[in-house]
Design a protein. Sequence first.
Length: 200
Amino acid sequence: MDVFTKTYPAPPYDKEEIFRYAGIKGDAREFTGLAEECLGEAEGKLSFRVCYARFPVSVRGDSVDLAFAAPRSSALAKNLAGCAFAYVFAATVGIGIDRMIAKYAVLSPAKAVMFQAIGAERIESLCNAFCGDLAREEGCALKPRFSPGYGDLPLALQKDIFRALRCEKNIALTLNESLLMSPSKSVTAIVGFAGKTAAL
């Protein structure tokens, strides 16, 4: 199975999402300066990379055959019902944000929290940009993306995804024995397509 990679420019920032990830509710004006300072420091230190492949989908009860793995998950089976194929992808914004979080965990806890929030918003924006590209390229609607560890989908599926996509080689994304990814601001997910059957 061919694995493809994409590198993106930095997507536009969504400050409301950054504040939400930081746990800031209501009037966030007093945090605007801190957010802008952190965004300025992060400029140029993040990378936006994705690796992905397309796999046939076969759903039988709560078993989902993705060719490279066959997890049992009633939630994923429901999500992919009616899909002839799905894309499996891994995305990361790189190690730079982890370094800034670690740096400010000691120097400025407020900045560390803000960098955590920025990292969460950045990876979400990257996933949105990538899935938007897939929808345009395939010309059909996407199912909501579904990640290992969500609902009843086993987190251990990470191992199969990393092997199938060769994540370390393709985007320098690694998985440890505890199934934690490095860089930490990274996502793996499955996204199905409905309404179109394409030759695989």
